[in-house]
Ligand binder design. Structure first.
Ligand SMILES: Cc1cc2nc3c(=O)[nH]c(=O)nc-3n(C[C@H](O)[C@H](O)[C@H](O)COP(=O)(O)OP(=O)(O)OC[C@H]3O[C@@H](n4cnc5c(N)ncnc54)[C@H](O)[C@@H]3O)c2cc1C
Length: 305
């Protein structure tokens, strides 16, 4: 589905036809509801629906009959306590339903997050659009020499052009063959479910994805990390912004205790205590593996000796 002016008009119409409800809403989410946020070259995230807000978390935690909220400060304190102590079920009381358009290779990583409900566009039933992800020059990097799952330096411009040409050429060629297989001089050709098997994984798919707030936070936590692939990270970054608007107190607690907080092993805690007592700690005296030592230094924002 290409984003046409008609689609944008439909979204605008939806946004201009407010409904009344007795339910709790979130001002930040109302601002974003139905809006389509472009991601990558043809992808997007669109918020279809949501349930709950920060007060729903508090309400569930207090198992109250009414709103359950008290003063904003006390609600915030409770949310931070829940997040800090991993008392997570109250965060499952909020839900979000998204319409996501993403390249198949991103979808393959995304679908590994099993705790969500998914309904994908059927390429058996409908024809796929001629839309392929082609990375921008600044995202065409060489294989990392240190991380087998990662990227290194950006390719020189000339090499980047060569790679983009190959990607564009192959995408176009396979799409032309896809169309050729589907029809033969106005006759019905191969079934869509078979014709699609020749398409590359940079072709775009779409799905509806419904998830509760807790599992959304888990998704963001894993996929916003610099170790995650850029092409899924950009979706996670947009989702983090959406969460910040939707449930600002929960988002702040999430950032403070999960995203930017660290968890230390017993041995690392011991080293930290020794260091605070003035002892000089080095890799040789720490008793950690090289990898764990490096991760420890990085976590503490200290230079790796
Ligand atoms: C940087 C990165 C690199 C990765 N590399 C690879 C790779 O090379 N190969 C690969 O196969 N995958 C890889 N993955 C995927 C990863 O192993 C997870 O499958 C994925 O991140 C989903 O995480 P999850 O299981 O916590 O999420 P969800 O499936 O959403 O689960 C959320 C939580 O629910 C619980 N849960 C869900 N299902 C079960 C279950 N069946 N049993 C017990 N508890 C369950 C767990 O507590 C889990 O943390 C990678 C992920 C990242 C972020």
């Amino acid at each position: 589905m290409t984003i046409t002016p008609e689609i944008l008009k439909q979204i605008e119409e939806q946004r201009n036809s407010p409904q009344t409800s007795l339910r709790e809403t979130s001002p930040g989410m109302e601002k974003n509801l139905y809006t389509l946020f472009p991601i990558l070259d043809h992808g997007f995230i669109r918020i279809v629906d949501y349930m709950g807000n920060d007060s729903s978390v508090v309400q569930a935690a207090r198992v109250s009959y009414g709103k359950g909220t008290k003063k904003a400060r006390s609600d915030e304190g409770l949310i931070r306590y829940l997040m800090r102590h991993k008392h997570t079920t109250p965060f499952e009381m909020c839900e979000i339903k998204l319409h996501v358009k993403l390249p198949i290779f991103v979808a393959r990583q995304w679908i590994r997050h099993r705790t969500a409900s998914v309904n994908e566009y059927s390429a058996r039933y409908s024809k796929l659009e001629d839309e392929f992800y082609i990375p921008e020059f600044e995202n065409l990097s060489a294989q990392s020499g240190v991380n087998r799952q990662g990227r290194g330096e950006i390719l020189p411009r000339e090499e980047g052009m060569r790679v983009r040409d190959i990607l564009m050429h192959d995408s176009q060629a396979t799409y032309e063959n896809y169309e050729k297989m589907l029809s033969q001089e106005n006759q019905e050709g191969l079934s869509r479910e078979l014709a699609r098997i020749n398409l590359p994984t940079n072709v775009y798919t779409q799905w509806y994805w419904k998830v509760n707030l807790l599992n959304l936070l888990k998704f963001i936590h894993l996929r916003i990390d610099p170790h995650a692939q850029y092409e899924i990270r950009v979706y996670a970054e947009k989702l983090a912004e959406i969460v910040a608007d939707w449930v600002p107190m929960t988002h702040q607690a999430f950032v403070d205790y999960w995203l930017e907080g660290i968890s230390l092993s017993m041995q690392q805690m011991e080293l930290l205590k020794r260091k605070m007592n003035g002892e000089e700690i080095t890799f040789e005296t720490a008793g950690l593996s090289k990898r764990e030592w490096n991760e420890f230094m990085q976590a503490l924002d200290m230079e790796i000796p």
